[in-house]
Design a protein around this ligand. Structure first.
Ligand code: G4P
Length: 525
């Protein structure tokens, strides 16, 4: 099989957005365009959340959110699209960030009335950190919203990305009529196709557009020209270098702009590239099979506590049943049960190529960050970064008689990356501190401690909000001397300096200018 050819046909991306910007709607619209599903809502929309059964899903249903996430794969023309799902709930978890380690590009979805929102910014920070190219889709143009130029300025002013309009709306937000297609040099006329996705875009030339849209068309041209002459001309190199972002306007719920987005992904989004191993050597796409685990989900099926490890293929061809090696244990792993999972849908995966995601069922030995490979010599990809936790709680067993189960459970959850586990001399091993990016991680941890490890826990929140990496362990005493700060050590050996507020951090640095602290990934927001 022509592995580089197969890899070149793939586009693996995630949609990053603030809850309610329309990610589920856009996902469904994209899939409808590619005719994967016949009806919007079947993949993972609110309607699709009905009738779900697993433990997680009960929790999700109770809170109207989605924790489970994986990848949706569909063909669009000759291209294979892998759309990785980032959970859309209000509380962030590290899973959301880890998904971004498995994509080659991202679509940043903004609500036209709101622009950049806090969680869009946090996710964008991770994209920036990883150098992921971002396409911006400004959604809900069918509703009153902000001015198109102001939205583009916001991208430059707040996140330093030059906006390169690919389409430009004709008419203000709320008066969806059509859009200039600046790449094609014509006009897309809006046709109502809610839910259907089948209606082809109607294209108008300049004369037809002027006749149809009059002054709105002229104004759109002027605005777009303004942006283009101010450095907004499309430039593939700047997109790939993640210094500029192509911008499209649309309305996912009405299927407007969705096809243009798909076409843009096909045309400009990067396909899988050779991934660097821990020795900084690129792993050629046609080298023997290799993949890394970016997410582990437990308890997706209530009948048995199955665990699915989601791995992104980096090189070679995956064939279900092949025996691969887990680089961290050097032990063989048989890939008999390989699935694609998206929302409630599961299907067996027989073959996969770089860029694809394979869900390995009952992979209890696999951990987030693990590398799998076939053949020799061994290969190992760098582990995934741990993200800056912002929530901290001391965990204690509710039943002291179950101390052993408690220790085992906490260790397991830490190893899986459900929460980060920290220890302090002050509290000792009987009272580890759990750290999370989003508080929902605590709920998941408490749920699993009770039901899976039969050791219910009590959590006592700690008043810390900011964390930094303490570079030199000798300086621990400086941080511990503050009344509102302390140093805790993570299972991986990293010393984390915790502060009640950013202000406490600044005060301490002023007092001890020699203090060496490093920002962790995805800080702030
Ligand atoms: P999320 O996954 O990002 O959280 O957002 P979701 O797709 O669930 O969309 C949030 C709300 O925004 C939904 O309305 C959805 O219909 C609406 N929406 C998405 N895209 C557009 C758009 O282009 N235009 C308009 N006008 N609305 C859009 P809801 O009332 O919360 O739910 P529903 O009952 O309509 O499903």
């Amino acid at each position: 099989m022509d592995v580089p050819g197969e890899a070149g046909r793939r586009r693996t991306f995630a949609v990053i957005s603030h809850p309610d910007a329309g990610k589920s709607t856009l996902t469904e619209a994209l899939a409808v365009h590619a005719r994967v599903i016949s009806e919007a809502g079947a993949v993972h929309g609110k309607a699709g959340r009905r009738g779900v059964t697993s433990d997680w899903m009960e929790m999700e249903r109770a809170r109207g959110i989605s924790i489970t996430s994986a990848a949706l794969q569909f063909a669009y023309g000759d291209t294979v699209i892998n759309l990785l799902d980032t959970p859309g709930h209000a509380d962030f978890s590290e899973d959301t960030y880890r998904v971004l380690s498995a994509v080659d590009s991202a679509v940043m979805l903004l609500d036209a009335a709101k622009g950049l929102e806090p969680q869009t910014l946090k996710l964008f920070d991770v994209c920036r950190y990883r150098g992921i190219p971002v396409i911006t889709f400004i959604n809900k143009w069918d509703r009153p919203g902000r001015d198109a130029l102001a939205l583009c300025d916001e991208l430059t002013d707040r996140i330093g990305l030059t906006a390169m309009p690919v389409t430009w709306p004709i008419g203000q937000a709320g008066q969806l009529r059509g859009a200039l297609d600046l790449a094609e040099g014509n006009v897309i006329r809006y046709q109502s196709a809610a839910g259907g996705g089948g209606a082809p875009d109607l294209r108008l030339d300049a004369t037809q557009a002027e006749a149809e849209f009059g002054d709105d068309w002229l104004r759109a041209r002027e605005e777009a020209d303004l942006l283009l002459s101010a450095g907004g001309e499309f430039d593939l190199a700047r997109f790939t270098a993640a210094t500029a972002t192509p911008v499209l306007f649309g309305a996912a719920v009405r299927n407007f702009g969705v096809r243009r987005l798909l076409d843009l992904l096909v045309d400009i989004a990067p396909g899988p590239a050779p991934r660097l191993d821990t020795g900084h050597h690129p792993r050629a796409l046609d080298a023997p099979f290799s993949a890394f685990v970016f997410k582990v989900q437990t308890g997706m099926d209530p009948a048995h506590r199955d665990q699915i490890a989601f791995a992104r293929v980096c090189s070679g061809e995956f064939e279900r049943g092949m025996v691969v090696t887990n680089a961290s244990t050097r032990r063989p792993f048989a890939t008999k049960y390989a699935q694609q999972v998206f929302g409630q849908q599961r299907s067996t995966v027989d073959t996969a190529y770089p860029g694809d995601v394979v869900g390995l069922v009952n992979a209890t030995a696999l951990r987030v960050g693990d590398t799998l490979y076939a053949g020799k010599p061994p290969v190992r990809f760098p582990g995934l970064p741990s993200f800056a936790p912002a929530h901290f709680a001391v965990a204690r067993p509710a039943d002291l008689g179950r101390a052993k189960q408690f220790r085992k459970g906490v260790e397991q959850l830490g190893a899986e990356g459900v929460v980060q586990v920290l220890r302090s001399d002050r509290r000792g091993d009987a009272a580890p501190v759990l750290a999370a990016v989003g508080p929902m991680q605590f709920e998941v941890a408490a749920h699993r401690m009770e039901h899976e490890f039969t050791s219910p826990i009590r959590l006592e929140q700690l008043p810390y909000r900011a964390a930094r990496r303490l570079v030199d362990p000798v300086q621990r005493g400086l941080v511990d001397s503050g009344a509102r700060s302390e140093v805790l050590t993570r299972l991986d050996g990293t010393d984390l300096a915790l502060f009640a507020e950013e202000m406490d951090l600044r005060l301490l640095i002023r007092r001890f200018p020699e203090l060496e602290l490093e920002t962790l990934v995805a800080e702030g927001g």
